[in-house]
Design a binder for this molecule. Structure first.
Ligand code: G3P
Length: 218
């Protein structure tokens, strides 16, 4: 499973990259806005440079909503760096733009996926990633993981060149359950990566080993 950091904060990205298990970064307009008045394209370029890995993926989201402007914006975003995936919303225009950009060799991450039909249509249009938002489904009382299971089942029936990128992850259990279901990618806040690597028994065990070592008979 690939791990992506779901943030536009450069310090958080550097911190996650230092773990040695970071495969990419996803951003969205809300996350970029949190960084203040940064130049969007320059900021995406900085993220690509931090990852410094030709196999890494950095999702940059278009903010246009009409087909023509989406493909224009998508082409511009794709030029920023070879690692860029253009993120487009799962709307009628977004699906059409995905098909056009995919036919030009531009990789698209179709975002705001909330049901399996949307994921299927997006994969057929040529998206390389579909991003189902599990946390936001949980928020409205639907089990986001059921959607991951459904998409996995559908994609396993066919040969789409499309990966399941589980988004809107809110805690370690989301990431673990996504991995158990065979999702290809989990994008998560860096805070969740920090939570995942910790266990109180690891800390207590280490403290007790070190104490016993100090008190060993010499
Ligand atoms: O990047 C999109 C997604 O991960 C957003 O998550 O927590 O705002 O639902 P959240």
């Amino acid at each position: 499973m690939k791990f992506f950091a779901d943030t536009a904060n450069l310090d958080e990205i550097k911190s996650a990259a230092s773990l040695g298990i970071l495969d990419g970064v996803t951003t969205n307009p809300s996350l970029v806005a949190k960084e203040g008045g940064v130049d969007f394209k320059e900021h995406i370029l900085k993220i690509c440079e931090i990852l410094n890995n030709p196999k890494a993926s950095v999702s940059a989201e278009a903010v246009s909503t009409e087909y023509e402007s989406m493909i224009k914006e998508g082409r511009e975003l794709a030029k920023i760096h070879p690692c860029v995936y253009v993120k487009l919303p799962m709307t009628r225009a977004g699906l059409q733009a995905t098909h056009t950009l995919a036919s030009e060799g531009i990789r698209v991450n179709q975002t705001l996926i909330f049901n399996a039909g949307q994921a299927l249509m997006s994969a057929k249009a040529g998206a390389r990633f579909v991003s189902p938002f599990v946390g936001r489904l949980d928020d409205i009382g639907q089990d986001g993981m059921v959607l991951i299971q459904e998409i996995r089942e559908i994609f396993d029936n066919y040969d789409f060149e499309c990966e399941i990128l589980v988004a809107s992850i809110r805690g370690p259990l989301h990431a673990i359950n996504a991995a158990r279901l065979g999702a290809d990618i989990a994008t998560m806040p860096v805070k969740v990566m920090d939570q995942m690597l910790k266990h109180p028994l690891t800390d207590n065990g280490l403290a007790s080993f070190l104490k016993d070592w100090e008190n060993r008979g010499k």
